[in-house]
Design a protein around this ligand. Structure first.
Ligand SMILES: [Ca+2]
Ligand SMILES: [Ca+2]
Ligand SMILES: [Ca+2]
Ligand SMILES: [Ca+2]
Length: 348
C-alpha cells in the first residue's frame, strides 16, 4: 500500500510510501541550487508535431493549441473540444526516482480531464509506478493541477529527457473566447533522485490554449501565408489554403464569396490580410489615397507619382525594412528606411 500523507501544503511536497521509500522535498528551499536538476520542465501543446514525443525523446516544443468549443473535433483538437498536452522534462542529468509539478490554468474555462502516466518513469522494464497526482477531472476550482509520480522499483530509474505525463485538457461549455496560459506554479516543481535528494529544473516553459474566436499568435494553420488570426478577421479561411482574404493581385475570387476584388471587411485595418508582414493601417499610411495595399502582397513600388494605384511592398521588404513617406506629404517622396543606415529614395 502506498499513500500520499501530505503534499503541496504551501510549498513542501511530502510523499510517503509504506515500503520505506520516501520523498520529502521542499522545492523552495533548494530553488537556489540547480545542480542535478533538469534543464527544463515544459508544456508541449502538440505532442505529435513536428514529430511525436516519446517516453524518452522530445520533438520541437509547440507553444499553443486551439480549441473551438462547438461539440465537434476541429481546430487543433485531438478529440471533441479537447487537446492532448505533454508535460515534458529535458535533460535530467541524474537518475529520477520521482517527480512533481504543478500546472496553473484557468479552471473557469478549462478542465484537466485525464492524464496518461505511462511515459518517462516507466521507460525502463520493471518500473513500478506510484501515482500521487491530483484526481481527475480536476474540478476543485483552485486553478492548479498537480502531477506527481514515483518509481518504487529498485534499479529502474531513468535519466535524460522525455514525457512526464500526457494531459487531456478540455474546454468547458460556455468557455469565454481568449488566450489562456498553462504554466507552472513557481517553487512547486522538481524531481528526487534514488537517495531522496530533491532538485529543481533550471527553466519552466508554459504554453497557451486559444479558445473560441481567439487564435494562436503567429500561427498559419493552412500554410497559405496568412496567420490564423488575420484570416478570421479579413474574410479568409483558417483551415483551407485555397481560401484567403480577397486579393487584387491574384485572379478570380480568393475568399469564396463569389465576388472578385471586393474590399476587405470593415475593421480589418489592424490585421495583415495579405500576409506580407504589415497590417492594413500601415499599408494605408504609405499607399494613400489607395486603401488596397493590404490586398496586394508583394510587388514593386511605382517609380513615379501618382501613387493612387494599389501597390504592394517590394518583395524583399517582407517582414524587413520599412517604407516611409516624408511626414505630411501624401503623396510624397517614398523612401526605403534601413535601420541604422541612410534612407534610400524610392519614388515621388
Ligand atoms: Ca471543437
Ligand atoms: Ca493561413
Ligand atoms: Ca471574393
Ligand atoms: Ca499586409
Amino acid at each position: 500500500m502506498v499513500k500520499v500523507v501530505g503534499r503541496a501544503v504551501g510549498f513542501a511536497a511530502v510523499i510517503c510510501v509504506a515500503s520505506g521509500l520516501r520523498i520529502e522535498v521542499d522545492w523552495d528551499s533548494i530553488s537556489a541550487s540547480h545542480a542535478g536538476g533538469a534543464q527544463s520542465f515544459a508544456v508541449d501543446m502538440n505532442p505529435f508535431a513536428p514529430s511525436a514525443n516519446t517516453a524518452t525523446s522530445l520533438s520541437v516544443r509547440q507553444t499553443c493549441a486551439r480549441i473551438d468549443v462547438n461539440g465537434v473535433q476541429n481546430a487543433d483538437e485531438d478529440g471533441v473540444d479537447i487537446v492532448l498536452v505533454d508535460v515534458t522534462a529535458s535533460q535530467f542529468p541524474i537518475q529520477v526516482l520521482g517527480f512533481e509539478y504543478h500546472l496553473s490554468y484557468p479552471e473557469a474555462h478549462l478542465t484537466v480531464q485525464a492524464y496518461d502516466q505511462n511515459f518517462f518513469l516507466t521507460a525502463t522494464a520493471g518500473s513500478s509506478l506510484f501515482d500521487g497526482s491530483e484526481p481527475v477531472p480536476d474540478t476543485d476550482g483552485n486553478n492548479e493541477w498537480s502531477g506527481i509520480a514515483m518509481d518504487t522499483a529498485d534499479n529502474t530509474h531513468e535519466t535524460g529527457s522525455g514525457v512526464l505525463h500526457r494531459v487531456t485538457f478540455g474546454a468547458d461549455q460556455g468557455a469565454a473566447p481568449g488566450l489562456y496560459t498553462v504554466g507552472f506554479v513557481n517553487g512547486m516543481n522538481g524531481h528526487a533522485d534514488p537517495n531522496n535528494n530533491g532538485f529543481v529544473p533550471d527553466n519552466l516553459y508554459g504554453g497557451t490554449i486559444a479558445i473560441g474566436t481567439s487564435y494562436c499568435p503567429n500561427t498559419d494553420s493552412d500554410g497559405d501565408g496568412v496567420f490564423d488570426a488575420d484570416e478570421a478577421v479579413c474574410g479568409g479561411s483558417v483551415y483551407n489554403a485555397a481560401l484567403r482574404p480577397e486579393r487584387i493581385d491574384l485572379a478570380g475570387d480568393d475568399d469564396g464569396d463569389t465576388l472578385v476584388n471586393e474590399p476587405l471587411p470593415p475593421g480589418s485595418e489592424n490585421n495583415d490580410c495579405d500576409g506580407d508582414g504589415y497590417k492594413g493601417s500601415a499599408e494605408n499610411n504609405v499607399y494613400l489615397p489607395s486603401i488596397l495595399g493590404d490586398q496586394d502582397s508583394c510587388g514593386w513600388a511605382p517609380t513615379s507619382a501618382p501613387f493612387g494605384i494599389p501597390i504592394g511592398w517590394p518583395a524583399d521588404l517582407r517582414g524587413g525594412f520599412e517604407l516611409q513617406r516624408e511626414q505630411g506629404e501624401h503623396p510624397g517622396p517614398l523612401y526605403l528606411h534601413y535601420p541604422g543606415a541612410k534612407d534610400q529614395y524610392v519614388a515621388g
